[in-house]
Design a protein around this ligand. Structure first.
Ligand code: ZN
Length: 189
């Protein structure tokens, strides 16, 4: 699963070539509205209204994360997968680039909330959730393994090997074939 730019989340399985993505359009609209309101309340130092706003926004995000995580688990089951791989956000630095600075707190909260819900729902479905190194997943070609930064232009990934795909989908394929952090630790010793 990848947390993309164009989409909130993309789940893909390179083996089957299938993927599902969740558009950020709907949530993006809500987020921008809340962002505007947050600015106003902060400027007016209306902390009570600010807190209320944040609670409301968190509830909306939680609802969507609930829907998304449920769909991802269903997708994994359909692919016959036993493992769901997610990016290890603790080792992600480049992630900051996609967070609007002032929105970073709510965004990082939203990411970890999704991870938590996904882990919980996966466990119920007897699926394992493992973390993989997110290093340059968006620059790597899921077809030939080349890592070329300029292959990713906007929302499209184009490789010299002839491979062309939505950039977020390509990244989710790369993640699906990466070894988990635990696997790597075993091979390293
Ligand atoms: Zn390639």
């Amino acid at each position: 699963m990848d947390r993309g730019l164009k989409y909130i989340a993309v789940a893909g399985d390179k083996e089957t070539g299938k993927y599902i993505h969740f558009s950020g359009k709907h949530i993006g609209h809500i987020r921008r509205k809340y962002y505007r309101l947050r600015r106003i309340f902060m400027k007016n130092k209306n902390m009570k209204a600010l807190k209320r706003l944040e609670n409301k926004e968190q509830r909306i995000i939680q609802y969507w994360n609930h829907v998304i995580s449920k769909e991802i688990v269903r997708f994994a089951q359909k692919q016959g997968a036993s493992i769901i791989k997610i990016e290890d956000l603790k080792s992600i630095r480049s992630m900051k680039k996609i967070w609007k600075r002032s929105d970073r707190n709510i965004n990082s909260w939203a990411f970890f909330d999704l991870e938590e819900k996904l882990t919980y729902k996966a466990q119920l479905a007897e699926l394992e959730v493992v973390k993989v190194n997110p290093f340059k997943t968006s620059q790597e070609c899921s077809n030939c393994g080349n890592v070329v930064k300029k292959n990713r232009r906007g929302s499209l990934y184009t490789c010299s090997c002839g491979y062309k795909k939505d950039a977020d989908v390509n990244a989710s394929f790369v993640i699906s074939t990466r070894p988990s952090n635990e696997e790597k630790a075993i091979t390293a010793t």
